[in-house]
Design a protein around this ligand. Sequence first.
Ligand SMILES: *Cc1c(COP(=O)(O)O)cnc(C)c1O
Length: 216
Amino acid sequence: MFEKIQNELQATNTTLVAVSKTKPVEQILEIYQLGQRIFGENRVQELLSKKDVLPKDIQWHLIGHLQTNKVKYIIDCVDLIHSVDSIKLLQEINKQAAKIDRKIPILLQFKIASEDTKYGFDLPALIPFLESEDFGNLQNVAFQGVMGMATFTDDQDQVREEFSILKHIFTQLKNQHFQDNQDFIHISMGMSGDYKLAIEEGSTMVRIGSLIFGNR
Ligand SMILES: *Cc1c(COP(=O)(O)O)cnc(C)c1O
């Protein structure tokens, strides 16, 4: 299964984040040995303890909601934070990254699903911040794109529409706020159940867990 997905994603030039949350290190190593180097976790503690015992050339992505009081634990260990969903969190990441003199790659998470439970920015609420001086002061944050999760539903049209909304948000931000940022390139969308739709709608990075590692 993994190799089939790997080939499919290579053909469309899509980056694969293998979502290993709740799965043991032995299983992660099996996928590592098939060539995978990017793994995604949704909890800080779990990411840290796995990183400790697994090969050092793994790139760890944090994909789950991050509390501001946990930023200091993860700041030196993470290669990309997908789930930046508030200005307060952006400012905390900037502060902690400055202390260790790093620039931390992040994605801005947008709420595209109809469910109440999904975290994320709302574009109209974010724009005034992007035009403010405070935004310019985030010298230790590297903005690399956007992330979103579609509604958990069988309605393919709805899912497609939500992905297309995220693609539009990306394009608007790229053209109006990040036009000089060569690293603002990622649209992280698509999971086991909807990654093909996501790629059709312009995803550059999919986050796949259960299809690779089995059900949780
Ligand atoms: C768990 C998770 C995934 C992967 O979900 P699967 O359905 O197992 O592929 C992707 N993104 C986020 C944010 C997740 O929490």
